[in-house]
Write a protein that binds this ligand. Structure first.
Ligand SMILES: C[S@@+](CC[C@H](N)C(=O)[O-])C[C@H]1O[C@@H](n2cnc3c(N)ncnc32)[C@H](O)[C@@H]1O
Length: 288
């Protein structure tokens, strides 16, 4: 059945964008109305709804509300990602942060890494590959925990399947492709050794309690997500990362993301191209 575009009035947009913001912190400015309109039009048709007023009503009440939120986030989130995205930053992780951490955790041999808002898993799997090739046969001596979380169940299902298109691996070095993937002429399937290093869970960055339940992390990656939040939500999320990061831990954010909002809690580490942060005071503690 062809999709007939249902137009969204300004007041419907206002109501819907408020619901989305309250639930997830994702901020849709007026100029992005067309995104909601185009991505949800087909959903209205599937649900046999006449207009966005009915959709707003469905999200605001009724027994299907919860399921519909999930369905909506599957459609409105922007899941752009890839393996080895921003290799300069990954280089910093592999060559500087990881060796320091392995030394600092030599006694417990336990390392915990959270890839928050990981989309289809490309980022946590990339980190697993870097750790796998760094530790080599020593990997079995370590308890490495890598968790990938996202609000989109649809994106997480791709991660669980472990199969990727050419587009996802476009920045992956050939040696890595040959060693860690199997190509069947259409899809790249990630090796089991890497897949079993990462677990996935649905998590909304607004949910502080769930974050608390996951405990303390040595490294948190949260790249290319803060751009979708307003200042209030950014502060909330950064505060949560501050609570959940080990005193000597490292936070990586996207290279184009604003840092002013995290001042006071984190300070940028003096590593060119790293876009990584430590808790305020860590650098001074090391220098002392
Ligand atoms: C552009 S992708 C970034 C993926 C990966 N971090 C990277 O840099 O390649 C942004 C992801 O953030 C997720 N996201 C947006 N709002 C979220 C929220 N409130 N809680 C959890 N994930 C969220 C989206 O579903 C999407 O998969």
């Amino acid at each position: 059945m062809p999709t007939i575009r249902v137009s969204m009035t300004d007041s419907q947009f206002k109501a819907l964008s408020k619901i989305i913001y309250d639930r997830s912190g994702i901020h849709f400015p007026d100029a992005k109305k067309y995104i909601l309109e185009s991505r949800l039009t087909h959903r209205l048709q599937e649900l046999d709804l006449e207009d966005f007023d009915q959709y707003v009503a469905l999200l605001s009440m009724g027994p299907y509300q919860q399921d519909e939120f999930q369905e909506m986030f599957n459609r409105i989130t922007i899941n752009e990602t890839s393996f080895f995205r921003n290799d300069a930053q990954l280089d910093v992780f592999e060559k500087q942060i990881l060796p320091q951490l392995l030394e600092a955790r030599a006694k417990t041999r336990r390392l915990r890494i959270w890839s928050a808002a990981c989309s289809t898993g490309d980022e946590p799997f990339t980190l697993a590959i870097l750790i796998h090739r760094t530790l080599g046969i020593r990997l079995s001596d370590w308890n490495i925990e890598i968790l990938g979380t996202d609000i989109s169940e649809k994106a997480l299902n791709v991660a669980l399947a472990g199969q990727y298109t050419n587009y996802s691996v476009r920045s992956t070095p050939k040696m890595v492709l040959d060693r860690y993937f199997k190509f069947d002429g259409r899809l790249y399937t990630l090796n089991e050794d890497i897949r079993k290093m990462v677990s996935f869970e649905k998590h909304n960055l607004k949910d502080r309690l769930a974050a608390k339940r996951h405990g303390i992390w040595d490294v948190i990656f949260c790249r290319n997500v803060l751009i979708y939040f307003d200042d209030a939500m950014k502060n909330q999320v950064i505060g949560m990362f501050h609570d959940q990061l080990a005193p000597d831990g490292t936070l990586f954010i996207g290279h184009s993301e604003r840092i002013k909002d995290i001042a006071g809690k984190f300070e940028q580490m003096p590593i060119p191209q790293g876009f990584c942060y430590s808790k305020v005071g860590k650098m001074a503690r090391i220098a002392a």
